[in-house]
Design a protein around this ligand. Structure first.
Ligand SMILES: [Ca+2]
Length: 395
C-alpha cells in the first residue's frame, strides 16, 4: 500500500467512525459522537479492517466489551466512502431553453501534495456524450476546463469549483418524445509529486426537450401565430413578421399580388431574415423569377457557418437553419410563399410582430411594436390595425 493511502487511513481513524459525509445521519454528528463516547466507555474495538478498492474506502469493525475477551459483536460494515474528485450534482436535469445550471466540483480528500508544493493541482477537462458515446456539442459550459490547486484545500477540505452549464437547441434534430440521457465526463490530469489514480469524474445528465413554437403564414396569407391565434392579412407591403431584438433576430415578409393571378389578392412574394450578422433574402417580388421559384441572395455578400440552407422537392422546399436553433421553412408555391417560423424554448416571452408575442397566450397577440394592446370596433378592424402597426414599407 502506498504512502498516500496510509495517510488517508490515518485521517479516517482520526475522525472516529463518522467518515461518511453522504450518510443521512452525518448531520447529527454531534449527537452521534456523544453516543459513541458513551459506548466507548463500555466497548473497545477488537478488530478493524480498512480496504481501499480503486477510489472506494470501506471499513469492517468488530467491537467487544472492555472487560471481557469473549464478548464481541458480529462484523459490521461501513458505507463506502468515495475518495477523490466528484461533482456534488451527480445527477442533473437540463432543459433545452438555455437556462443555467450549476455544477460543483470538489474533492473528498486532500491532494497528495507536500504543503510546499505550490504548483500541485488537478485539471479537469469537461465533455458530454450521449448514451451511445456520441459527443454532444450543444451543451455549453462557462468553462470547459476546471483547475483545483492544492492551495484550494485546507484542513482536508477542498473549495468547490463551480461551472455553469446550459443546454441549447439542436437545430437539425426532430423534437424528442422522451428526455435523453447523457453523461458529463471530466478527464483528470494530476500535476504533483504524489500519486493520483483517478482518471475521470462523471455526472449523469437528463436532457429535457422544450417544444418549439411555430408561426405559420400560408396561402393568401392566413396566419397562425406562435401562440395559436388565427387571422388573415389583407394588405400589401413589407411587414415585421417577428422581431426579437434581445436575440438579434428578425424576419420581414413582403406581401404583393399573387403570382399568376389576374384577380387582386394578397400573397407573400418574399422575405428577409436577419440573425446577428447574417442576412438571407428570398425574393420573387420583382418578376425576375419564373413562377414557383424564388431567388435566394445574401444582401451583405456572405453568410457565416452559423447558417445552413437545405433545398428539397426540386427547390420547392427550403429550410434555413441557424446554429442557435431557430429555423424557417419555406414552401415555394406557384402563387407565392408559405412559411413556418420555428423558435426554440429559449425564445419564449421574447420578441413580437405579426407572429405574436410567444407567451403561450393567443388572446394578447395583437399588440403594437410599442407593446400596447390593439383595439378596434370589431375583429376585422382590430386585425387591420394590428397588421398596419407592423408595416414597414407601403407597396
Ligand atoms: Ca401571446
Amino acid at each position: 500500500m502506498d504512502g498516500y493511502k496510509e495517510r488517508l487511513i490515518e485521517v479516517v481513524l482520526a475522525r472516529s467512525l463518522l467518515w461518511d459525509p453522504q450518510d443521512p445521519d452525518y448531520k447529527d454528528k454531534d449527537q452521534k459522537a456523544q453516543v459513541w463516547e458513551n459506548l466507548f466507555k463500555m466497548l473497545t474495538i477488537k478488530e478493524l479492517f480498512i480496504r481501499i478498492v480503486h477510489e472506494m474506502l470501506e471499513c469492517t469493525i468488530v467491537c467487544g466489551a472492555r472487560n471481557s475477551q469473549d464478548r464481541h459483536s458480529l462484523e459490521m460494515f461501513s458505507n463506502s466512502l468515495f475518495l477523490g474528485l466528484q461533482f456534488k450534482e451527480s445527477r442533473l436535469t437540463l432543459r433545452e431553453d438555455g437556462s443555467v445550471s450549476k455544477l460543483s466540483l470538489s474533492s473528498t480528500v486532500p491532494p497528495p501534495c507536500p504543503p510546499a508544493e505550490i504548483d500541485c493541482k488537478w485539471t479537469v477537462s469537461l465533455l458530454v456524450f450521449d448514451e451511445t458515446g456520441i459527443y454532444l456539442p450543444r451543451l455549453r459550459f462557462s468553462s470547459c476546463f476546471l483547475e483545483l490547486k492544492a492551495s484550494d484545500c485546507i484542513g482536508g477540505r477542498c473549495n468547490e469549483q463551480i461551472v455553469d452549464v446550459s443546454l441549447f437547441p439542436e437545430p437539425q434534430r426532430h423534437l424528442l418524445e422522451e428526455p435523453r440521457k447523457a453523461f458529463l465526463i471530466g478527464g483528470i490530469t494530476y500535476f504533483g509529486s504524489g500519486e493520483w489514480l483517478q482518471k475521470t469524474v462523471e455526472a449523469k445528465l437528463t436532457l429535457e426537450d422544450v417544444p418549439y413554437s411555430q408561426c405559420h403564414v400560408y396561402t393568401d396569407p392566413h396566419v397562425i401565430t406562435l401562440d395559436g391565434k388565427v387571422y388573415n392579412i389583407y394588405r400589401r407591403g413589407t411587414f415585421a413578421l417577428y422581431n426579437d431584438s434581445a436575440h438579434n433576430f428578425q424576419v420581414h415578409i413582403r406581401i404583393s399580388s399573387c403570382a399568376g393571378s389576374t384577380a387582386d389578392g394578397f400573397c407573400v412574394c418574399g422575405m428577409v431574415i436577419r440573425s446577428a450578422s447574417d442576412v438571407i433574402a428570398l425574393d420573387n417580388c420583382h418578376g425576375r423569377q419564373t413562377t414557383g421559384t424564388v431567388e435566394v441572395t445574401y444582401p451583405l455578400g456572405y453568410v457565416s457557418d452559423d447558417v445552413k440552407i437545405y433545398e428539397r422537392e426540386q427547390n420547392r422546399m427550403l429550410s434555413i437553419i441557424f446554429a442557435n436553433g431557430r429555423r424557417v421553412r419555406v414552401y415555394v408555391a406557384d402563387f407565392g410563399l408559405s412559411l413556418t417560423l420555428f423558435l426554440p424554448g429559449l425564445d419564449q416571452n421574447s420578441g413580437a410582430g405579426l407572429c405574436g408575442n410567444n407567451d403561450k397566450d393567443p388572446e394578447n397577440d395583437f399588440r403594437t411594436p410599442a407593446g400596447s394592446p390593439v383595439r378596434g370596433a370589431n375583429e376585422i378592424l382590430r386585425t387591420l390595425s394590428f397588421v398596419e402597426s407592423w408595416r414597414r414599407v407601403v407597396l
